[in-house]
Write a protein that binds this ligand. Structure first.
Ligand SMILES: Nc1ncnc2c1ncn2[C@@H]1O[C@H](COP(=O)(O)OP(=O)(O)OP(=O)(O)O)[C@@H](O)[C@H]1O
Length: 281
């Protein structure tokens, strides 16, 4: 399945007193989500990222432009099947699961409704959770485990495309990497197409194939992840890149200065976790 987004526009009208003002939240945005690839959508607060997510998941209607899902043969997927294929993982794993229902309930329902095949145990295994989690309720799980359940629930209807809107920003820094790695693994094993929405350039670089930078509703830059980060062309991307340190460069300089047994562990994991930690603090 391929999700083709063409010249998408979303205008909002706001009122203050008698005055009505129109705001173009998304301005002629086009991109394609391809199986087995992750595209990062990066931009500051208010740049239009969540509006794009709402348009792709059909929570909102576009003012202009189109979103089309096509199968392997290039045939358009009918609207009634669109929702099975395009699923969302939200920022807040606490709000997105019903506290009164077990994990079993959360996962069995979409399996049944969409007759997608597979079992709750298989879904849990895909997201690296043990089968005994099924009997628990959301409050008995950690934030990371809940987000894994949210990902499993997105997969349950047989999703081919996942829109992940800041999927780790509310999680404890120590477990963010695990959840991002899981998404990466699913992208590869399940041939998922992922739109990774974030304001964080460092994780966008490491977990995405391509990056698209949004500024005031417009795409100002796009390309392979490394290229966008290392050779940003647009001044706004440069600003973002300067604000986010380059982990590779730091790793190299640490290696060259630290003697064996002292200083930092330069392995990617530790570095990234520390770096995320620092940002959070
Ligand atoms: N329902 C709405 N009515 C009016 N304006 C809206 C509405 N939703 C979003 N906007 C405006 O559209 C613009 C884009 O908002 P959006 O939430 O898509 O940005 P964002 O990049 O996702 O930001 P954040 O990272 O803070 O979530 C903002 O100026 C916002 O105020």
């Amino acid at each position: 399945m391929t999700l083709q987004v063409d010249a998408l526009v979303k205008d909002y009208t706001t009122r203050s007193g008698l005055r009505r003002t129109r705001l173009r939240a998304v301005d002629e945005v086009s991109f394609t989500l391809i199986p087995g690839r992750t595209l990062a959508l990066v931009g500051e607060s208010g740049s239009g990222k969540s509006t794009i997510a709402k348009l792709l998941t059909r929570l909102e209607k576009p003012t202009a432009g189109s979103v089309t899902l096509t199968d392997r043969d290039g045939a358009k997927v009918p609207d009634r099947r669109y929702r099975n294929h395009v699923q969302m993982v939200f920022q807040d794993p606490f709000a997105s699961l019903n506290p009164f229902h077990t994990i079993e309930h959360h996962l069995a329902r979409p399996l049944r409704v969409h007759r997608a095949g597979g079992s709750v145990a298989e879904l849990l295994e895909k997201v690296n959770l043990s089968p005994d989690m099924a009997a628990r309720r959301p409050h008995e799980l950690s934030g990371g485990q809940r987000q894994r359940v949210a990902i499993a629930r997105a997969l349950a209807p047989g999703a081919s495309t996942v829109i992940a809107d800041e999927p780790v920003s509310m999680l404890d820094v120590s477990i963010r990497l695990g959840v991002l790695r899981l998404l990466k693994k699913l992208q590869e094993d399940e041939e998922l197409a992922i739109l990774y929405i974030t304001h964080d350039l460092a994780t966008a670089r490491h977990f995405s194939d391509d990056i698209m930078v949004l500024y005031k509703g417009r795409v100002v830059e796009r390309g392979p992840a490394d290229e966008v980060i290392l050779r940003p062309r647009h001044p706004y991307t440069r600003l973002l890149a300067e604000a986010a340190p380059d982990p590779d460069a730091r790793g190299r300089s640490m290696e060259s200065t630290a003697r064996p047994g002292e200083g930092y562990d330069t392995s990617y994991d530790h570095y990234e976790a520390r770096w995320l930690d620092r940002r959070a603090g």
